[in-house]
Design a protein around this ligand. Structure first.
Ligand code: FES
Ligand code: MG
Length: 584
């Protein structure tokens, strides 16, 4: 018999040890014995620890968890818990059509139902590929059972012909080189394959590495967890420690609501600037905060996320990849800099049960070419710029990926360093863009601004990752690698495109992009954080009376349900009726 007393009675007791319902208890116990677990174990008063398994053949980025879970189980058993592994809905970023973002909220919903409806006292969330991390954290907040994040870790660094090639980032670069006639299709495929040399998620600071770093910064994984490469021996060791720790957390009743404070989210927002994190972090952090009952506004990205330096030299904003990030100290070394600069809320606890001020001690990076100091960074003011104007109430632009070529061409004009203007060329969808970008009659020049609409959460259910549109082949051959782009969709976290993204409200619900026409002049001022089409108000009113751009029909029941309930990207792209639920 287990004599340890939990801080709050384990909920699994209601299933297996309810003194008033021995008839039901027998029914609940009966089928779990199928794999050899005994009634004595289940009734012993030990916590039942769920392992939310996100790896599968359909989720190759997370597939390492299938093996790792064995070490998690060992840790759980050694600490006196009973492991129960179960599958979560797969979300594979590259392959899910129409887009993996559609399934963040579906995976969230199904995990909520599992955590709510089964005898689980605490849970290990196995994360990796982009949306698997926010989906599971959102579910942990809604149910508020003790939860710990175990990242699967990035792939090993990719090398091709003596150069580092990072997943995703190399695809965008190779696409431009292919279009400019610099490489063959075979070279393109060989480079892409070389960028993904082992198990693990993307090895760049794309959405996967960003969101796992965010989870660690929020305090949801053990210090140092997120950056350990999937193939390193420390990864299964971390899995074992995570399994042990979640059992203690079950006894301590250390729930997400005690960790996910407003300060935790503000530190996560600050982290994004320091690491040159993915633009997808904006809707995901907003969504996780809302599900945790924490208010995060557009203003918070301006006040707590912009005027901070880029200190991590990792692709796409920098040079290196995940292995070197881990060896340079990983997330603790980044947060060490933030704390030393007096900008970290280090008085809060993480899942270790200790305060960050304690767990960050001695974590200064030994590798100053990978992690720069806060005072001598790679770039100042490296966070997202939040823009608004007559085309949208909210959009973001990632400044750390604006190339020197782009700055020189567009932003270093004699009059103003940070403003530019151009003539809109409007595409109605990703299909429209791909079919027509090389059409000479569109007359796209270096004075053009490419605009894509019909790519938001409603119109392309989930929001398409298409805003990183590349210029027509003709301009690429002239060495013009990027035009300014604006869209109501998203872009890949591995993209190095200077894009204005997540324009909210989106065109499908009548947002400003819906009345924009090719040929309109657009003016962007990053200092004033404004973006406007120079169109007379009466003309705008007239255009608003015309029908909205067409939207494709839903292809599945979930797409229809999603479209009926999803909010804007500025609000996290949540199911709006879901955010009010908190606590099982
Ligand atoms: Fe899965 Fe990048 S595609 S992590
Ligand atoms: Mg992506």
């Amino acid at each position: 018999m287990n004599t340890r007393k939990p801080a709050r009675p384990f909920r699994s007791r209601e299933w297996f040890a309810d003194p008033n319902r021995s008839d039901m208890t027998a029914v609940y116990l009966e089928r779990f014995m199928n794999y050899g677990v005994t009634p004595e174990e289940l009734r012993s008063g030990r916590p039942i620890i769920g392992i939310a398994q996100s790896g599968s053949d359909l989720s190759p980025c997370n597939r390492g968890h299938v093996e790792l879970a064995k070490r998690v189980r060992d840790g759980i058993r050694d600490a006196g818990g009973i492991p129960m592994e179960f599958p979560v809905h797969p979300i594979f970023e590259n392959c899910r059509r129409p887009t993996a973002a559609l399934d963040r909220n579906l995976s969230y919903l199904t995990l909520v139902e599992i955590l709510h409806g089964y005898p689980i006292d605490a849970v290990v969330l196995t994360t990796g590929c982009d949306k698997t991390t926010p989906a599971s954290i959102m579910a942990a907040s809604t149910t508020d059972v003790p939860a710990i994040v175990l990242s699967g870790g990035p792939m090993l660094d990719g090398w091709f012909e003596g150069e580092l090639v990072g997943s995703g980032t190399v695809i965008w670069k190779s696409r431009r080189r292919l279009a400019a006639g610099e490489i063959t299709e075979e070279q393109f495929i060989n480079t892409a394959a070389a960028s993904a040399p082992s198990i693990g998620h993307c090895n760049t600071m794309g959405t996967a590495s960003t969101m796992n770093a965010v989870a660690e910064t929020l305090g949801l994984s053990l210090p140092g967890c997120s950056a350990i490469p999937a193939a390193y021996r420390e990864r299964p060791q971390m899995a074992y420690e995570t399994g042990k720790r979640i059992v203690e957390m079950a006894y301590e009743d250390l729930r997400p609501s005690k960790i996910l404070t407003r300060e935790a989210f503000l530190d996560a927002i600050a982290l994004i600037a320091l690491i040159g994190g993915s633009t997808n972090a904006q809707p995901h952090i907003t969504a996780m905060a809302r599900h945790a009952g924490v208010e995060i506004t557009a203003r918070d990205w301006v006040d707590h996320g912009y005027a901070l330096p880029l200190i991590l030299n990792m692709q796409p904003a920098g040079q290196y990849l995940g292995e070197r990030f881990h060896r340079a100290g990983g997330v603790p070394a980044i947060l060490w800099e933030l704390e030393k600069a007096g900008k970290m809320h280090s008085d809060r606890i993480n899942v270790s049960g200790k305060k960050f001020s304690e767990t960050l001690k001695g974590r200064q990076s030994p590798d100053r070419e990978m992690i720069y100091s806060f005072d001598q960074p790679l770039q100042e003011d490296a966070g997202f710029v939040v823009l608004s104007g007559n085309l949208f109430d909210f959009a973001i632009m990632k400044t750390s990926v604006i190339s020197d070529e782009f700055r020189t061409r567009y932003m270093k004009t004699p009059n103003d360093e940070d403003s530019f203007e151009g003539i809109a060329v409007v595409f109605d969808s990703a299909e429209d863009y791909h079919a027509n970008i090389n059409d000479p009659s569109l007359n796209i020049t270096e004075k053009s601004i490419l605009v894509i609409r019909g790519a938001g959460a409603v119109s392309w259910p989930g929001a398409a990752e298409v805003v990183n549109m590349q210029p027509p082949d003709r301009l690429l051959k002239l060495g013009i690698n990027a035009l300014p782009v604006i869209g109501d969709g998203r872009q890949s976290g591995t993209s190095d495109s200077p894009a204005i993204l997540h324009a909210s409200p989106e065109s499908a619900v009548g947002g400003g992009l819906s009345w924009l026409r090719s040929g309109d002049l657009i003016r962007v001022d990053l200092k004033k954080r404004s973006c406007n089409a120079i169109v007379a108000p009466e003309v705008i009113e007239q255009r608003k009376k015309e029908p909205l751009p067409p939207m494709p029909a839903s292809q599945t029941p979930w797409q229809e349900i999603f479209r009926d309930h999803v909010g804007s990207l500025s609000e996290g792209g949540c199911l709006e009726n879901a955010v009010k639920y908190r606590g099982v």
